[in-house]
Design a protein around this ligand. Structure first.
Ligand SMILES: O=P(O)(O)OC[C@H]1O[C@H](OP(=O)(O)OP(=O)(O)O)[C@H](O)[C@@H]1O
Ligand SMILES: [Mg+2]
Length: 179
């Protein structure tokens, strides 16, 4: 598994440092709002777990599973809801927790769904941002690291469902996905 990685981009320690900063900002901005924090599965599961521990105001959690990449390193362009939320979002302050914004298709689809369900406010926190690949205009309200135009894995992010359990984030060797 480790030998499939070409380069480590962000260590476990660097990621935790960034999450602390994000948690501090979010704690200030969501004071008194009892936000519904939505984890976009599967990719965001580790980020969500680490982030909420750094948000020091009352909040509620829910989970939604969406998928558009499947076995590929490029978006299929079709975002499918695999698991929907358990609770209504009407009138709620929503914080969407994403691991990565790449083409932007997943988030723009999710924001549209939540707007139609009459959420009061919708904010987005994304640990990684790959602006070079955007096909729809969209920026996170809270952003961690900007990425080069490379396919990354680890810390929840997969290629064909593998590598999610790497504690760091790295660039996958191109021969892994081109063979
Ligand atoms: O901005 P985009 O181009 O839409 O890419 C970002 C989305 O793609 C990945 O999900 P994926 O469809 O791979 O599902 P997964 O989280 O289960 O891996 C990732 O976790 C984001 O949710
Ligand atoms: Mg994926």
């Amino acid at each position: 598994m480790y030998s499939d990685i070409q380069e480590v981009l962000f260590s476990e320690e660097q990621i935790q440092e960034k999450i602390k900063e994000l948690g501090e900002k979010l704690s200030n901005d969501f004071e008194g709002k009892n936000p519904l924090v939505i984890c976009v599965l599967k990719g965001a599961f580790i980020f969500m777990a680490d982030l909420v521990k750094q948000i020091r105001v009352p909040l509620e959690l829910d989970f939604m599973a969406v998928s558009s990449y499947g076995q590929s390193t490029k978006s299929s362009g079709v975002v499918k809801i695999i698991k929907d939320l358990d609770v209504p979002v009407e009138g709620r302050h929503i914080l969407i927790v994403e691991d990565i914004i790449d083409s932007g298709l997943t988030l723009s689809y999710l924001i549209d769904v939540l707007e139609r369900r009459n959420a009061k406010t919708i904010s987005v926190v994304a640990l990684f941002n790959k602006p070079a690949r955007r096909t729809v205009e969209l920026e996170p309200d809270y952003a961690g690291y900007v990425l080069p135009d490379e396919f990354i894995v680890g810390y929840g992010l997969d290629y064909a469902e593998k590598y999610r359990n790497l504690p760091f984030v790295g660039i996958l060797k191109p021969e892994i996905y081109t063979t």
